[in-house]
Write a protein that binds this ligand. Structure first.
Ligand SMILES: [Zn+2]
Ligand SMILES: [Zn+2]
Length: 403
């Protein structure tokens, strides 16, 4: 399904761009290219393709279509304070799409996240630039960016930073994630060491551990360190927009508030729940920080719309936060029940997520461990093999639900 979603997106982007920049095409052609995929995906997709077909036939309102769906991955929002925010959908890794945001207020242009280093990412940004000028009549654009705010230290969000920094754009990142950008090599080696310790404790055999560690290093080794211009703390402002610290998914994630619109990056997503990893691997990640930071945004005043780092806008932020909290509460209970018999982290991950190929295995282990950590901090889980801990250097930990 995910693959199909991306195929439809790519085909639709091409057609929208053609239609909105004056290339002739008939409704029949539009439907022939997109309808089967749209029907299979369901939801709003068939209606959107129908509207696009109508436009191709020279009927319907282009402006309405543009404002409802966007064009070729570019959507426009206007804040109560008069800032124009463009969501630019960028494929940062194969079939992985990030939302980059360009905020224009007067002649100030701020970028929130910046795409990756891949050719597709650069190509998508070039196309977005074209759409800004030709479809939205936007006089300013990516060439006019003065400040880049990195939402957090995950490579799909910051990988392309070198390009912007090289052009003299001021780079801002939270103090807890700055070293991921500025001392990347150190960060990878230290993190790999923490992961090695974690995997040993989680109860995996030596071969699997070596494979996962190698995979971890490999997926993260594609970046060269870049200096940053400013490290942020909670509440700092960039061009008048407030950076709110939102740790948990990543130590130094910041959500950016543009008047009544909150850019939430990976802190709140509309469909998936952001990946969790235990604080034992990286401080300021973990479910405790995450839930505290969620609570903070549930009560944030004056926000009418949330725009996430992936997927579509979130019209009701508080409601989505409640759903995410409920999801983790249910998952915590599942983990507790899985530990009625003493279990290792690996066993809990298998019980929760089943067999996972490749990198998915590491993600499943981290996700399980984040929940186990939360429960053991509260004494809801206890260590079953305490006697081993007294004399083994890094023993496999077994957890048991407390009576
Ligand atoms: Zn992330
Ligand atoms: Zn992300």
């Amino acid at each position: 399904m995910a693959k199909l979603r991306h195929e439809l997106r790519r085909a639709r982007d091409r057609i929208e761009l053609a239609l909105f920049t004056g290339a002739p095409m008939s409704g029949v052609e539009v439907r022939r290219a997109l309808e089967v995929m749209a029907v299979e995906l369901g939801g709003d997709e068939p209606r959107r393709i129908d509207e696009l077909g109508t436009l191709a036939d020279g009927k319907g309102s282009r402006a309405d279509y543009r404002d409802r769906w966007g064009v070729a991955g570019v959507r426009r929002f206007v804040s109560a304070g008069g800032a124009t925010i463009y969501l630019l959908a960028v494929e940062t890794f194969p079939d992985h799409v990030n939302n980059v945001y360009l905020i224009r207020e007067g002649n100030k242009v701020t970028l929130y996240d910046c795409g990756s280093q891949t050719a597709t990412s650069r190509e998508d940004l070039r196309r977005a630039q074209q759409v800004l000028h030709k479809v939205y009549d936007e006089p300013l654009g990516l060439d006019d960016v003065s400040d880049l705010v990195l939402s957090h230290g995950h490579i799909d969000h910051f990988g392309g930073v070198g390009h912007w920094q090289g052009r003299g754009v001021r780079v801002h990142v939270h103090e807890f994630d700055a070293r991921v950008i500025t001392r990347f090599e150190e960060r990878i080696i230290v993190a790999a060491m923490q992961v090695r310790v974690f995997l040993e404790r989680a109860g995996l055999d030596e071969r699997t551990r070596a494979e996962l560690e190698q995979m971890y290093v490999f997926t993260k080794s594609l970046f060269k360190s870049v200096p940053v211009d400013r490290v942020l703390v909670d509440g700092d402002a960039i061009n008048g927009y407030v950076a709110h610290h939102a740790p948990g998914h990543c130590p130094g994630q910041v959500c950016l508030q543009v008047h009544n619109i909150l850019l939430t990056a990976d802190h709140v997503l509309p469909r998936i729940t952001p990946h969790q990893s235990p604080e034992s691997i990286t401080p300021w990640t973990g479910l405790d920080h995450y839930l505290i930071a969620l609570e903070k945004f549930r009560h944030i005043g004056g926000v009418d719309l949330a725009l996430p780092g992936h997927e579509e806008p979130i019209p009701r932020l508080s409601q989505r936060i409640v759903e995410i909290v409920d999801f983790h509460r249910a998952r915590l209970e599942k983990v507790r029940l899985a530990c009625v018999q003493p279990r290792t982290i690996a066993e809990v991950a298998d019980a929760m997520f089943g067999p996972q190929p490749g990198y998915g295995r590491l993600l499943a282990l981290e996700e399980a461990a984040a929940h186990i950590e939360y429960l053991s901090r509260r004494g809801i889980l206890e260590i079953d093999n305490l006697s081993e801990l007294t004399h083994v250097a890094n023993p496999v930990l077994k957890y048991r639900a407390s009576a």
